[in-house]
Each structure stands twice: as C-alpha cells, then as structure tokens.
Write a protein that binds this ligand. Structure first.
Ligand code: TRH
Length: 363
C-alpha cells in the first residue's frame, strides 16, 4: 500500500477575495474528516477565514476548529512537524520553516497547490519538481484540473450525481456571485427587455450601491425591474452547496465556486478573476472549449458567447447573448447534469494528492 502522510502542514496567504482560504479550508476539512490525517492550517488572515467559517476566532494565534489545528501565520516561529507540506498558490513558506523542513529526516514531501486551469499545458506540468537552489528540498507543482493527468478537482465523499437530470423552471432563479455589479446590472436590463421573467439573487456581501441606483432609476422610468433583483444572505461555506441548490441557474466566480457549480449539476457560467494583461482570457477560452466539447452546436455557441459577454470580452454583449442562451435552457440543464456525473467518475483532488505523496515517498 502507498505510504500516507502522518500529518500535513498547509500554508495559505489570503491574496485577495475568498478563494485562497476557500480552497485551503475545503482541502483541510477533507483531509481531516475523510482521510483522518491531522492538518495544521497556517493562515495570515483569520478574519477572512472567519467569513467562511464563523466558528473561527480571529483573535487567537492557535485554535482547533472542526478538527483542524488553525495557526496564525507568523514568520520566524513555526517549525516543520509534518511529512507533507502544502504551499497553496505559491504563497512562499517562511524561511525558518523551510530550514526546519531541510533538517527533518527524511525531508517532507513539498507540494505547491496551483490554480485551476483547463489550459492544454497543465497535464504536462502537473507533478514536475523544482529543486530548491540551496537546500536539499524539491517543491512539486500540483495542478488541479478537469482532465486525466492533472490533480483533479476537490470533491467530498458526500457529493453524488443527481438521480434525475436538471430541468429549469419557466421563471428561473439566477444566483449571481460576481466581482462587481456591472454584469448583474446588464443582465437585469437584458431580462427586462427580453420580457421572459427571471429573478436574480445576489449574495449580500459587498456594497451593491450601483445596483441599487440602477433599480431606483428603472422604477422612475416605469420599467421597474425591482422584483427581479433579490439580495440573499452570505452563508458559511458549509452551507454554500445548499445555497447553490436553491437556485436554477448559477453565475459563479473564482475557483471554488466554479467547482461547486460543476458538482451541483445545474447550468452555470463562470466569471474569472481578472488578471493583468488579460491573462485570464486564454484561461476562459480553454475552459469554454473543454466544458462545451459535447454541447449541441446552438447551445455551445449561445453558452460560450454569453460566457464571453459575462467576462467582458470585447465584441460580446449580455443584452444580445442572454435571450439566445435563454432559448437553450432545457438543453443546458440536461448537459450540466450529464457533465457533473461524468466528472464524478474521475478521482478527486485529495485522493490524487495522497497518491502523489505515496509516489514521492517511494523515491
Ligand atoms: O472569492 P473568489 O473570487 O476567489 C478568487 C478565486 O479563487 C481566484 O481564482 C483567485 O485568484 C482569487 O480569489 C485570489 O471566488 P471563489 O474561489 O469561488 O471563493 C469564494 C468562496 O466563498 C467559496 O469557497 C464559496 C464561499 N462562499 C460562501 O461560503 N458563502 C457564500 O454565501 C458565498 C457567496 C460564497
């Protein structure tokens, strides 16, 4: 049997938004709850972690929550106690910790958990080592991904394919989790002018003043889109799947929400985190090509072009693309549940990570 780590140290720096800690918390939870492996999660922003897990006390330097030992990131204090060290998203381990890794016998396995991408180069880069320039340590790149040969996607044991394909009701409730109000504003206008009703539910987490202003101005002109827009409470991460399940169409953002939308089996579109120089656009196109590979032609065009509009790609307008996608709701729902079931046949990220550790341990 392949060797298993006796304990894991997982490092996370919150660069922006909720995705960094969102992914790390999920992985830590699964390692503890399903694999029974003790995890120490080292985080720089406990206040952000608390947004997802209300039981976390941001004042404490060390605490145990849901079986995870949660430690405030402080350079210079922490020593390596694990045989698997996970550095999330190249967050750069503290120098003193690195030294203590090099002093352990045998040295721990060191994995950099990368960002999720459907780009073609991912399988050939997954698992590659990068030797440390001075210390007797090698970091290994672990790429999550959608296809065989990558690290896969985070998926807990409890996630199962839906027994019946998803059907979308006549007045769909749309869940819209976005980086700014711009696309929601445009979608609200597109729904109003298309005439076929739908409601848009926006998680109440950020100032949405621009949406409120738009709503007020519509009320004055007599169009009154007010009933279409609803603010839903921000929920703890443990209830996020339920929140998605209570909606019919999912407009999600970032990495963790995308994966949850995939597992929900519901029709969805993805807004990517904007990167400098539009580096996110090749990532978007790779995802659109991969996910839509078996879609019927009309659905494929409608879904891909709407997704481009949703991500602000020049030449694509939500006003024009929404009515086209709206015509395809049934096919879109059936495709989404089929894809979820297909993807669930692949090994999940944590299992792949543990197998990878087993391989490294044999070297
Ligand atoms: O917050 P995000 O936009 O995070 C992003 C991405 O991960 C991106 O790739 C990364 O580069 C950037 O951060 C720095 O989106 P994401 O990844 O979906 O994380 C949101 C988390 O918030 C996810 O774990 C679900 C959770 N969530 C709740 O728990 N309750 C809620 O009500 C909502 C709306 C979200």
């Amino acid at each position: 049997m392949a060797a298993r780590p006796s304990s894991v140290d997982l490092f996370c720096r919150v660069v922006d938004n909720l995705g960094d800690i969102g992914v790390c918390w999920r992985l830590a939870r699964q390692l503890v709850a399903e694999a029974g492996i003790p995890v120490r999660l080292v985080v720089d922003r406990l206040d952000v972690a608390q947004t997802l897990v209300p039981a976390i006390d941001p004042q404490l330097d060390q605490q145990d929550v849901e079986g995870i030992r949660l430690v405030r990131w402080r350079d210079g204090e922490l020593l390596c106690e694990a045989d698997l060290v996970i550095e999330a998203f190249a967050c750069e381990l503290p120098p003193g910790y690195l030294l203590s890794m090099a002093q352990r016998k045998p040295v721990p396995a060191w994995v950099n958990l990368e960002y999720l991408s459907a780009e073609a180069w991912v399988p050939s880069h997954h698992g590659l080592p990068s030797p440390h320039p001075r210390l007797p340590l090698s970091k290994h790149f672990f790429f999550p991904g959608f296809v065989a040969g990558t690290g896969g996607l985070l998926r807990e044991n409890s996630i199962k394919p839906s027994p019946t394909p998803v059907t979308v009701p006549k007045v769909p409730r749309i869940f819209a989790f976005t980086y700014d109000a711009g696309p929601i504003d445009m979608l609200t206008a597109a729904i109003a002018s298309d005439g076929r009703p739908a409601s848009i539910c926006v998680p109440a987490m950020e100032p949405r003043g621009d949406l409120e202003r738009w709503r007020a101005s519509q009320a004055k002109t007599g169009l009154n889109a007010a009933p279409m827009l609803e603010f839903v409470p921000f929920v703890p991460q443990s209830s996020f799947d339920e929140l998605l399940a209570s909606h019919d169409l999912l407009l999600v953002r970032g990495e963790d929400s995308l994966v949850r939308a995939l597992w929900s089996g519901k029709p969805f579109a993805w807004q990517l985190y904007r990167q400098e120089g539009d580096a996110h656009l090749p990532k978007l196109e790779a995802f659109l090509a991969w996910y839509a590979r078996d879609m019927p032609e009309q659905l494929r065009k409608a879904w891909q072009d709407f997704s481009r509009a949703w991500n602000g790609v020049p030449g694509f307008e939500i006003a024009a693309e929404w009515p086209r996608l709206r015509n395809q709701l049934d096919g879109w729902g059936a495709y989404a549940s089929g894809q979820a079931a297909n993807l669930m046949r692949q090994a999940d990220l944590m299992s792949n990570l543990l197998s990878f550790f087993g391989k490294l341990a044999r070297i």
